[in-house]
Structure formats: C-alpha cells, structure tokens
Design a protein around this ligand. Structure first.
Ligand SMILES: *Cc1c(COP(=O)(O)O)cnc(C)c1O
Length: 212
C-alpha cells in the first residue's frame, strides 16, 4: 500500500508542469518505523518528522540506510542539540535564537546543517513562523553562522488561499539569489505548490494514511 501510494505521488508530481527539481519528503510523524521501512524499500530517502523523541527512535532503528532526515516541527530551544546531531535539514527555524543554537551545537565533522526559515505567510495568529515583514531584517544575520546554511523558506499556508500564498513565498525567494529552496505543499495542495515553485513537498497522509 505504501509503495503504491508513493508511486501515485510521483505520478502526481510528474503531472504538474515544472522546471525545478522537486524532492518528495515523506512525513512520517506518529507512524512506526516499519511503515518507514516499507517506504525505504520502495526507494524513499527523505523523511520529515515533527516530534523529536519519536524521531530519534526511528532514526536509530533505521540507521545505515543513507536516509536524509528533515525536522519540520516546532522547536523548543532546549531541544536544539539532538536536532543538530541527528538531522540534515531543519525547516522550522522561526527565530534567531534557535538559529544561533543550531549553529553553535552542530557537531564538528558533520556537513553544515541546512536550514529554512518558516514563514507565517498569511499572518495567522495560530501559526508559528516569522512574519513576511521580518524576513529582510533577519537574513543578513545568517552570514555570521559557520555551521548552518540558510537555504530558503518553508510555509504552511491558510488552506483557503494556498495558491496565492505559494506565489507570495516564491516571489520572496526571488529577492535572495543565494537561496534555492522552497518547502511547500502537503497532501491536499502539492500540485499547486509545485506549479508555483516548490522544491520540497512534505507529504504524510497520502503516503502513510490518516494519523490517529
Ligand atoms: C504533518 C505535516 C505535513 C504532512 O501533512 P499531510 O497533510 O499529512 O500530507 C507537512 N508539513 C508539516 C509541517 C506537517 O506538520
């Protein structure tokens, strides 16, 4: 089932006209390592996790398979160290203090940690992320960091205006020629996200089924 679902997602991705490279992240929060192993056996490499403790257990169970781990959930500042030790990407950086800690704690000998600024693209009170108006001020600070590399932006738009919000984030990325990554699009709106420039799509439900 998981293998078939992955094939369907790849079909959906290929159906949308796009010129950028699109990488599928399988969002596996709440799902057991055995489900992830099924996805791995079907060729899946990139996994996204929201909850640290749960993620660390799966990373340990599945080690040695050349996987790429993405942290996509809210970050408490006392949890940054294990994130730097176990993940390749962090999509949910929403304040400078977190970026500073990730930079300071990334173990020497590992490649730079790739990070994205989570943007609260629709300015919603219930969502985390930096506001659009704060981005310009924040970006130059990242030049001081030696151990993390700011690559672009992530957003979770209001579902009622996702296309408009994807376009808005793509437009913002264009202002920064050094950035190349847009993490946007989930099960319900991956097509619109790709059409508007997504380079990572984060898909949970349509691969692993509903979460309980
Ligand atoms: C859970 C989650 C997803 C996956 O959402 P689906 O609708 O299940 O595809 C993507 N991104 C983030 C940040 C999530 O928390």
């Amino acid at each position: 089932m998981i293998a078939q679902n992955l094939a369907k997602i790849h079909n959906r991705i290929n159906t949308v006209e796009h010129s950028q490279k699109v990488t599928l992240i399988a969002v596996s929060k709440t799902k057991p390592a055995s489900d992830l192993q099924q996805a791995i056996d079907a060729g899946q490499k990139h996994f996204g996790e929201n909850y640290l403790q749960e993620a660390l257990e799966k990373i340990e169970t599945l080690k040695g398979q050349n996987l790429v781990w993405h942290f996509i959930g809210p970050i408490q500042s006392n949890k940054t160290k294990p994130i730097t030790q176990n993940f390749d990407w962090v999509h949910s950086v929403d304040r400078l203090k977190i970026a500073q800690r990730l930079n300071d704690q990334r173990p020497q000998g590992l490649e730079k940690l790739n990070v994205l600024l989570q943007v609260n693209i629709d300015n919603e009170a219930t969502k985390s992320g930096v506001l659009v108006d704060e981005i310009d001020e924040l970006i130059p600070h990242f030049e001081n960091f030696q151990n993390i590399s700011l690559r672009g932006f992530m957003c979770i738009p209001n579902p009622n205006k996702s296309e408009q919000s994807f376009k808005k984030l793509a437009k913002i990325l264009e202002k920064y020629p050094n950035l190349d990554t847009l993490s946007m699009g989930m099960s319900s709106d991956l097509d619109l996200a790709i059409k508007n420039g997504a380079t990572f799509v984060r898909i949970g439900t349509d691969i692993f089924g509903k979460r309980s």
